[in-house]
Design a protein around this ligand. Structure first.
Ligand code: MG
Ligand code: MG
Length: 266
């Protein structure tokens, strides 16, 4: 076992059962958001609905009040809603969604001490461009590739390479600034779970083992992968070339022969 693996907390079957419950709640929030997304709806309304579902379940939203040393204020909402060129950390607002937008909804909760974290990107209305539809398909497929490739005794870099190939073959960009993560009692645990491979990361590569719980989350740009702050709050991250971006995420548990998705609502 590598030094990196030794800092990764392996969960017991009981802990994974608790994470399944948290994951189911996240899936419920995203299902409800999916049902509500339409032209004219505001992301603030989606946030209110998410807040109610989480509160009624007796869970705690993970994003509300998160501090980021660069941001001007703590994160003010329970979901992140990132529209078009926003990649992640978009703040729900009263701006109505427009026909042709794409919107990524990211949600994290803690229920009975354990966390779930997932994201999906939705198209709004009928006027979404063919390229944006392809962006959503490819990002969803990059996550699906990871779910197929991840299994015990495989190094994460092998999975990440397959994800990166899936994206770049289509001419899209893998965002580098944000990566997936271990998850459990805390939203962010060891290890880092990147969606690309770079020589500089080879020391943090790790071997997948049963009982690891990970949030896998490809973030993909239709153009160049570089990102920057979208406004002076220093929360929303946007693509520097203002191309649209998509984000799909699942929390998974590594099993004896693959992974179990904990945030697909099953
Ligand atoms: Mg997330
Ligand atoms: Mg995450």
């Amino acid at each position: 076992m590598s030094a990196t693996n030794s800092r990764i907390v392996i969960k017991s079957p009981r802990e994974i059962e608790l994470m399944r419950a948290a994951g189911r709640l996240v899936a419920q929030v995203l299902d409800e958001a999916q049902a509500l997304v339409c032209p004219g709806r505001t992301t603030a309304e989606l946030n209110e609905t998410a807040a109610r579902i989480i509160r009624e379940a007796g869970a705690t939203p993970l994003f509300l009040g998160v501090r980021n040393p660069q941001a001007r204020f703590p994160f003010p909402a329970v979901i992140c809603s990132s529209v078009n060129e926003e990649v992640v950390h978009g703040i729900p607002s009263d701006r109505p969604l427009q026909d042709g937008d794409i919107v990524s909804i990211d949600c994290g909760v803690r229920l009975k001490g354990y966390c779930g974290d997932a994201a999906r990107t939705f198209s709004v209305g009928e006027r979404v461009t063919p390229e944006a539809r392809r962006l959503l398909d490819v990002t969803r497929e990059a996550l699906a590739v990871a779910l197929r490739e991840a299994r015990p005794n495989v190094r994460w870099s092998r999975v990440a390479r397959a994800m990166q190939r899936c994206v770049e073959e289509q001419g899209f960009g893998v965002v580098r600034e944000f990566v997936g993560h271990g998850i459990g009692r805390e939203m962010h645990e060891e290890p880092k779970v990147p969606n690309y491979v770079e020589r500089a990361q080879r020391h943090s590569d790790f071997e997948l083992l049963p009982g690891m719980t990970l949030a896998i989350e490809p973030m993909v740009s239709a153009g160049r992968p570089e990102v920057e702050f979208g406004d002076d709050s220093h929360w929303p991250m946007v693509t520097r070339d203002r191309s649209q971006a998509a984000h799909f995420e699942h929390t998974v548990a590594v099993t004896v022969d693959g992974v179990e998705v904990l945030t697909d609502g099953s």
